[in-house]
Design a protein around this ligand. Structure first.
Ligand code: CO8
Length: 260
């Protein structure tokens, strides 16, 4: 599978996906979104991949948003289609069934912040800037940013970020819970790779069910979410990895999970 605007590297259970349009600060045009969709589906079905890192090419940007050249000429129906397509790609990332770490190496604005929010865990370089500046273009986020941001940082904080369009420093984003960690820019990829390796060594089916229990469960009424969790718990009890995990504990050794 070859891409024009995306780089993929796979090593020891971890795939690194890099949005590669540094001349426009990795802005997401239609083609890049489609390449992301294809790459994510490919990684979903690759059993050798157990964790993914998503980042941007160059030192300046993670993703500076949707490509404003395309937004400037969109029609109402085209704009709706574009938003639905983008939402679908971000849903695929959220529901990949494997952890996706956003390594935020610079600007994560608009669609870039939305992309990071669809990831499982966000690590930001201390030089990164995050925000939803759509309001300054006379538009609103269209890749579910209004929804994910409010769920991550709370309604009041989300409204302030969305209505001012202000850029947040990495430290401020961390204070608000928008990013999990802030690290020196020079060690961002090393930190992301170390976390990805840790997650890649966990039992893949249990990882998948935890992601499902949290993401799907949060959209259900609490009693149904509890039953959903209990059902997944019952299912995971059928796996070789459960037997290996419990046996390894009792034998005082590290487990070797196979994803079965
Ligand atoms: N789209 C297209 N080109 C971009 C984008 C973008 N989002 N961001 C930067 N670029 C281009 C610039 O035009 C510039 O190109 P050129 O060299 O040809 O002039 C190049 O990248 C470098 O950028 P700057 O010279 O502006 O770099 P600065 O360091 O001066 O500024 C900023 C960096 C602050 C990041 C600035 O580039 C900026 O404000 N960019 C736009 C940020 C933004 O508004 N993002 C939100 C876009 S809207 C969006 O994401 C909506 C998502 C949902 C859409 C739903 C579907 C309808």
């Amino acid at each position: 599978m070859s891409f024009e605007n995306l780089l993929i590297e796979r090593d020891a259970g971890v795939a690194v996906l890099t949005v590669n349009r540094p001349k426009v600060l990795n802005a997401l045009n239609t083609q890049t979104l489609d390449e992301l969709r294809r790459a994510i589906l490919d990684l979903k079905h690759d059993d050798a991949v157990r964790a993914v890192i998503l980042t941007g090419a160059g030192e300046k940007a993670f993703v500076a948003g949707a490509d404003i050249n395309e937004l400037a000429v969109q029609s109402p129906t085209g704009g709706r289609e574009h938003a639905v397509r983008g939402q679908h790609v971000l849903d695929l990332i959220e529901h990949l069934g494997k952890p996706v770490i956003a390594a935020i190496n610079g600007y994560a604005l608009g669609g870039g912040c939305e992309l990071a929010m669809a990831c499982t865990i966000r690590i930001a370089a201390d030089t990164a800037k995050l925000g939803q500046p759509e309001i300054n273009l006379g538009i609103l986020p269209g890749y579910a940013g209004t929804q994910r941001l409010a769920r991550i940082v709370g309604r009041g904080r989300a409204l302030e970020i969305l209505l001012t369009g202000d850029q947040l420093s990495a430290q401020e984003a961390h204070r608000l819970g928008l990013v999990n960690r802030v690290v020196p820019a020079a060690s961002l990829m090393a930190e992301a790779r170390a976390l990805a390796a840790t997650l890649a060594a966990k039992a893949p089916i249990a990882v998948r069910y935890i992601l499902e229990a949290v993401h799907k469960g949060l959209e259900m009424p609490f009693p149904q979410a509890q039953i959903f969790e209990a059902t997944l718990f019952g299912l995971v009890a059928s796996t070789d990895d459960m037997r290996e995990g419990t046996k390894a504990f009792l034998e005082k050794r590290k487990p070797d999970f196979k994803g079965r």
